[in-house]
Design a protein around this ligand. Structure first.
Ligand SMILES: CC(C)(COP(=O)(O)OP(=O)(O)OC[C@H]1O[C@@H](n2cnc3c(N)ncnc32)[C@H](O)[C@@H]1OP(=O)(O)O)[C@@H](O)C(=O)NCCC(=O)NCCS
Length: 200
């Protein structure tokens, strides 16, 4: 059985080949991918390659990207865990949403779901995140769901020939337990891919 997370209005599951059209539509908007090293998508082969890469990264326990599906409106974007350190029980969350979903509850609920996955199902102790200091929307969105801004990492990301600073954020397991995010009712179906269950 496939793995999925179920929240009050969203379902998160690994993207499948049949999701390529929806991802193309969501990420062909230059505003959505403005802060990323990739995109906007211009060709169906790009989301197809991404979905293949996700499957491969899942098998190796490297990155667990999930399609965010609004059960009324359909696919909304991607959220996922990367940079997993099983020894230190930490990882990084990254999210992008189609512009129609900005300013809705999707970011809040999907962050609660990914926190449940990381802390409750994968035994993580810390979930970090990054934002471009110029990306005020993403910075505020992380703070709004309880991530603490911890500092700036200089020249952390390479986009083409440019090195970019990032804000570093963190949420610790104990902070999550005490936060409103932990009060959002989340359940799961199936088990997370086995490569992510190391050390449990
Ligand atoms: C980042 C993203 C997932 C956040 O989701 P969202 O639905 O837009 O976020 P929210 O609306 O919940 O929160 C945005 C916050 O920024 C504030 N905001 C919006 N525009 C802003 C601006 N130009 N300057 C400062 N704050 C701004 C909003 O008021 C809100 O704060 P509040 O909750 O305190 O009111 C979404 O915008 C997105 O997908 N962006 C493109 C991809 C991206 O940048 N991903 C993040 C990479 S680190």
């Amino acid at each position: 059985m496939g793995f999925s997370l179920i929240g009050p209005s969203l379902t998160l599951r690994p993207p499948q080949p049949g999701d390529a059209e929806a991802l193309l539509a969501l990420a062909s908007d230059p505003e959505v991918t403005r802060w990323f090293s990739w995109g906007p998508y211009t060709d169906i082969e790009q989301p197809r390659e991404y979905i293949e890469r996700c499957a491969w990264q899942r098998e190796r326990g490297e990155q667990l990207d999930l399609l965010i599906i609004d059960r009324e409106k359909g696919p909304a974007g991607i959220t996922g865990l990367s940079e997993l350190s099983y020894r230190d029980r930490r990882c990084i969350v990254g999210t992008w949403l189609g512009a129609d979903f900005w300013g809705t509850q999707v970011n809040r609920e999907s962050k609660a779901m990914i926190a449940y996955l990381g802390f409750e199902l994968l035994g993580m102790n810390r979930i970090g995140s990054y934002s471009n200091p110029e990306n005020e929307r993403s910075t505020s969105a992380l703070e709004a769901v309880g991530y603490a801004r911890e500092g700036v990492l200089h020249q952390w990301h390479r986009h083409g020939e440019r090195y970019l600073d990032v804000n570093l954020f963190g949420m610790l397991r104990d902070d999550w337990r005490a936060s409103e995010q932990a009060g959002i009712e989340i359940s799961s179906e199936g088990t997370p891919p086995s490569a992510f269950l190391q050390g449990l």
